[in-house]
Design a protein around this ligand. Structure first.
Ligand SMILES: [Zn+2]
Length: 183
């Protein structure tokens, strides 16, 4: 990772956050984290699939592009077109990043959840997010804490995620560089 950013001269970082409460226990909504459906745990409340990890990542990308997706375009897609898959919202943010010629070097999440137990789920979630973002799973890191009962999230009433991304200008090939030289 550091080699890549050295080659490009600089990298920039942005943070994104999101949180959702669990649905009531009799609600059959499925829990989705990082695009992975998790069994044996309540889903999260929200108009969309409430994928708190993909939402935190989408917000982090908006922190680079200055183009909010959640709360604006995503609401329109969700409420008026019935698109509840958070991957669709993330793809829009990724397209904005591509328009600015940035590529992602690294994604780091920290998630607070008393339930479900995240540690055994992390490898699968990393793989899923790496696939969606077209990165290697080594570029997607997730740490998790239980919250120790200190807050609503820590008492198991919801899940909160923070995400930091590092991006760098896409590497130009030699042909691109020829035209950009000026006296
Ligand atoms: Zn959300």
């Amino acid at each position: 990772m550091s080699n890549k950013s050295e080659q490009r001269g600089y990298s920039i970082q942005a943070i994104g956050q999101d949180s959702h409460r669990f649905v009531e226990t009799d609600d059959p909504k499925v829990l989705v984290l990082g695009g992975v459906e998790i069994k044996d745990c309540s889903g999260l409340a929200g108009n969309s699939d409430a994928d708190v990890l993909l939402h935190a990542l989408t917000n982090a990308i908006s922190g680079i592009t200055c183009k909010p997706i959640l709360g604006t375009i995503a609401d329109e897609l969700c409420l008026n077109h019935g698109i509840t898959d958070s991957q669709v919202y993330l793809e829009l943010a990724l397209a904005d990043l591509e328009d600015l010629n940035y590529e992602i070097l690294h994604i780091s999440f920290t998630v607070q959840a008393r339930r479900p137990k995240l540690l055994p789920l992390i490898p699968k979630i990393r793989e899923s997010i790496a696939q969606i973002t077209e990165l290697d799973s080594e570029q997607v890191m997730i740490t998790a804490t239980s919250g120790e009962g200190l807050t609503d999230v820590g008492r198991g009433e919801g899940i909160e995620a923070f995400c930091v991304i590092s991006v760098a200008p896409q590497q130009l090939n030699d042909n691109d560089l020829v035209g950009s030289k000026s006296e």
